[in-house]
Design a protein around this ligand. Sequence first.
Ligand code: SF4
Length: 361
Amino acid sequence: MSKNILETSSRREFVHGCLAAVGAATLNGLGSGCSRSASAASSSFAVVSAAGTADEAINQSASAPRYLELERSGELRRRDRQLWSMLGDCTLCPRECGENRIRGRAGKCGVADTFKIASFGPHFGEEAPLVGSRGSGTIFFSNCNLLCVFCQNWQINHRGDGRVTTHAELAGMMMALQRSGCHNINLVTPTHLVPHIVRALRIAIADGLRLPVLYNSSGYESLVVLRLLDGVIDVYLPDFKYQDSQLAARFSDGAPDYQTHAAAAIKEMHRQVGTLRVTNGIAQRGLLIRHLVLPENTAGTDGFVKWVAAELGTDTHVNIMGQYSPQYHANQYPQLSRRPTREEIAQAMQWAREAGLQNFH
Ligand code: SF4
């Protein structure tokens, strides 16, 4: 087992800090970026205050992001149009609601023709290769297409806290994160908003964006959409939450096909970017899977690690997370109403060792 690469602060702490900032400043014009730094949370667009310069961060990249060539060739423009057309009969995710979001009809994710961002800023609570010395340039999108009963960020994902944002503003956030020296652009819960993200990304590319882009999702993805992101995304950070369809249906708003779609999605992500590659301590490209240990092995950790070893290889990077605590509606379900015990977490790690995984944390 590799050394533990997790920093001490959790995403939940980060989000709650951001929610406080959102409440106080309503993203303050173009946006009150959030980090654990009070100065960053209290200022407006120049929120991001990580040390270092954008040039230094860009110079740490092993190579230019492939999205530059996609834009240069006109391919990204073509994909932008194709993604946008999917909004008219929404099949952006496996829910396949079929709603015309362009005409203002929302599907399961609750998002129609506008979109919201809860917060953005340098985040130091992600895995070390994502954070480096100047933080991961995190953008938290509001709402979600999976909607778990134990959601750790329910105010954002279920209630939709955040501020309505334009494409130009989102592009501006990406540029502000780059100027601050962040090592990457980290798109959190992006699945239901991919057309908006690609459109904003194209504006940012024209403005000089050069950072790797991270896709940080629940794993409940459409293969069609993922293929349109081939070359756009540098690092994929999917969850793999369950192995059992009945549990997925019960705990994630009637998504019994979660395991099937997440498995196919993660294989496609792996095909695109391969094993995680780290240069000068910073992730440049690849796949890192997150798996939250749930009480009573509700997440099916033993099956998950075996699947990773068999389907992706034992060198796959996996973060087995032990920080679950009951949030949102979790207390309504006995098997989710407590933290996992030390023994349960140790057992999860043991299963990973027995499966032969070499890069789990
Ligand atoms: S992105 Fe939203 S509206 Fe579209 S299929 Fe998924 S849940 Fe339904």
